[in-house]
Design a binder for this molecule. Structure first.
Ligand code: HEC
Ligand code: HEC
Length: 363
């Protein structure tokens, strides 16, 4: 158990960066030296803590109200890529959440109908179904409810109403058999709600298992020594008080600038609730794939994780990190990037338009 103690001391020293770290003993006693056995114990203890607070990513974010089936996924995938239910038929979900480039777009904000820009950064759709709610302010309960939003948002897909979307879906002959297969037994399966259910089912398996998951499942070598150090710091510094669960975030709402005020124009959840206490409160974002989905924050105002991590420590926790601690945490965050199954995200063939399919409307 001496090794445990050694690790605990080393980690505590590293975490409290305001205080000078205790000087290492000049000649460590043999039991206290971090030999290979100590390293293995360290990895095992770290794994248990990571399992308890974070955990390995499941294959699917299951839903009791929208069970995932192969037929729903097949339909949802096509809908996800189909631009014909945007006003000018030039935007699909994939335009702003490109599955080939980490499920997000590269800009601080996204370009919608007629080149308009919204005010918030597009989060990745990968692993989003694991979150407690959707959007930066959590205004949609789940991915199914979320999937009814972008089509009607005037700065996104800009359709005039749900009915207009259903008209498009009905005008494309190939959709009827797909909706019938996905929603068997329903007399009129093509509906706005079923469109959203199919997209939601597709999203529920948009997962990106990573090296971090291999580590949690027992493979010590999946994370380098520096990444393990970063993981320990992430736990010890208190990042997991907000970024927790299998999606390393997405589980609660918190104020940006909880301990030390952080300037932001966006009212966050106050826009929904009207409560002064919700000013600047956002959903804690998932950090899965964060290394690949910059720029950061709800407004895309920060370019790199090296900038974000010290701001988080300072403004959310009241702590100052040493540069090498920032480097280790950023290295750990890199281990949360995973690659989806290429077959699952391949662009499907879209069913052909029919004679009554509306024409693009650039106005
Ligand atoms: C014009 C760009 C654009 C299009 C098109 C678009 N989105 Fe988004 N999406 C965004 C932006 C921006 C946000 C964040 C908005 C906010 O939080 O207020 C977002 C948020 C989301 C989220 C929430 C993720 C999270 O972590 O909270 C999901 C899921 C999502 N979109 C899926 C979709 C789906 C499905 C479609 C197609 C039906 C779609 N989006 C179409 C830009 C777009
Ligand atoms: C008190 C809660 C809280 C704590 C503690 C916290 N965060 Fe955050 N974190 C947030 C919130 C809220 C945001 C979203 C801020 C925004 O966009 O307005 C965020 C955003 C981030 C982002 C940007 C993600 C993105 O996609 O834009 C990173 C990276 C991050 N945090 C890392 C960390 C690290 C590392 C720590 C520990 C040093 C930490 N956080 C501690 C609440 C917290």
């Amino acid at each position: 158990m001496k090794q445990h103690l050694w690790l605990a001391l080393a980690v505590a020293g590293a975490a409290c960066s305001q205080e000078p770290a205790p000087a290492p003993p000049a000649s460590p006693t043999p039991e206290a030296a971090p030999g290979p056995a100590a390293a293995a114990t360290g990895a095992a203890a770290l794994r248990e803590r990571a399992k308890a607070l974070l955990g390995a990513l499941p294959d699917e974010a299951a839903s009791p109200t929208n069970p995932v089936t192969d037929a729903k996924i097949a339909l949802g995938r096509i809908l996800y890529f189909d631009p014909r239910f945007s006003k000018n038929q030039d935007l699909s979900c994939n335009s702003c959440h490109d599955l080939a480039t980490n499920g997000a777009d590269a800009g601080p904000t996204s370009v919608g109908h007629r080149g308009q820009r919204g005010e918030r950064n597009a989060p990745t759709v990968y692993n989003a179904a694991f979150h407690v709610a959707q959007f930066w302010d959590g205004r949609a309960a789940d991915v199914e409810e979320q999937a009814k939003g972008p089509e009607l948002n005037p700065v996104e897909m800009a359709m005039p109403g749900a009915d207009a979307v259903v008209v498009v879906l009905r005008s494309i002959p190939g959709y009827l058999p797909l909706f019938q297969a996905a929603f068997p037994g329903e007399s009129d399966p093509i509906s706005y709600d079923n469109m959203a259910r199919a997209i939601g089912a597709f999203e529920r398996r948009l997962t990106t298992p990573s090296r971090f998951d291999a580590f949690v499942e027992g493979e010590d070598a999946a994370l380098s020594a520096q990444e393990q150090e970063g993981l320990a710091l992430f736990l010890d510094t208190g990042c997991t008080s907000c970024h927790n669960g299998v999606s390393v975030g997405g589980q609660l709402f918190q104020k940006l600038g909880l301990v030390k005020p952080y300037p932001t124009k966006d009212p966050g959840r106050a826009k929904l609730t009207g409560e002064a206490a919700d000013q600047g409160v956002f959903k804690v974002p998932s950090l899965r794939n964060a290394a690949r989905t910059g720029p950061y924050f709800h407004d895309g105002s920060l370019a790199t994780l090296d900038e974000v991590v010290p701001i988080m420590a300072r403004h959310q926790l009241g702590k100052e990190l040493e540069p090498d601690q920032v480097t280790a945490i950023v290295a750990f965050l890199g281990s949360l990037s995973g690659t989806p199954d290429p077959g699952y995200i391949a662009k499907p063939e879209l069913p052909a338009s029919g004679p009554d399919t509306p024409k693009p409307d650039p106005s």
